[in-house]
Design a binder for this molecule. Structure first.
Ligand SMILES: N[C@@H](CCC(=O)N[C@@H](CS)C(=O)NCC(=O)O)C(=O)O
Length: 204
């Protein structure tokens, strides 16, 4: 039996991506809450030894550390043959969505969420507008990627859907509006039986 331990925090969309994938795959796993707002040096020694940048998520698979949310999602899908990892086509689809998400949504939405939290303090003039313009382009491309399907992987959500969920779950918090297609997808994701709130994924 595979031993899975996920280090994370409810404020981390990157960690939520992995927690959702484990939940959707139905894998039993343990989680450990790591305080991402505290001085990194105060984080648990086991975590600091496993995560080179002291960042979450970090997934221990049979005691071996895996970091970087996209790489972890690919590991889960390909190693266990789940969430798109059942076929070469599903893996390719997921990889393409992961690269796109990391460069686009994963770049602007976390920043806009953080800007709201700190009331724009430290964000240079024009940064919010620029990030918002980028997000508006991302929404149009999300619509193209989704097409007429229910999920980015088709009839069922895959690891690409988990990646995009990570931060789009907080569009309202970031002061952003989804398109109608994206809103429908968010509703379907939220209604999935494996979905949990960030606090449920990472209880303290
Ligand atoms: N590229 C990384 C980003 C991970 C990341 O930025 N983690 C943040 C939380 S969202 C973190 O652990 N921050 C704590 C710190 O930097 O001290 C991934 O995809 O996993």
């Amino acid at each position: 039996m595979t031993d899975l331990l996920l280090f994370g925090h409810p404020d981390s969309g990157h960690a939520c991506k992995v927690a959702l994938a484990l939940s959707m795959a139905g894998f039993d796993h343990k989680t450990q809450w790591v305080d991402i707002w505290a001085d990194p040096a105060t984080r648990p020694a086991e975590f600091l030894a496993a995560s080179p940048f002291a960042e979450v998520p970090c997934l221990m698979i049979n005691g071996v550390a895996h970091v970087q949310s996209g790489a972890i999602l690919m590991e889960i899908a390909s190693r266990f043959g789940v969430l798109g990892g059942e076929s070469a086509e599903g893996l390719r689809r997921g990889r393409e969505i992961l690269m796109w998400e990391a460069n686009r949504i994963g770049m602007c939405v976390p920043q806009l969420k953080e800007a709201r939290r700190v009331q724009n303090e430290g964000f240079p003039d024009g940064a919010i507008e620029w990030l918002t313009i980028r997000f508006n382009a991302d929404v149009k491309n999300f619509d193209r990627l989704l097409g007429d399907a229910n999920f980015l992987h088709g009839a069922f959500p895959g690891f690409g859907d988990c990646a995009v969920w990570g931060y789009t779950q907080w569009l309202a918090v970031a002061g952003l509006e989804p398109s109608a297609k994206m809103a429908g997808w968010l509703d379907r994701m939220r209604a999935h039986p494996a979905m949990k709130t960030p606090a449920q994924f990472f209880p303290q």
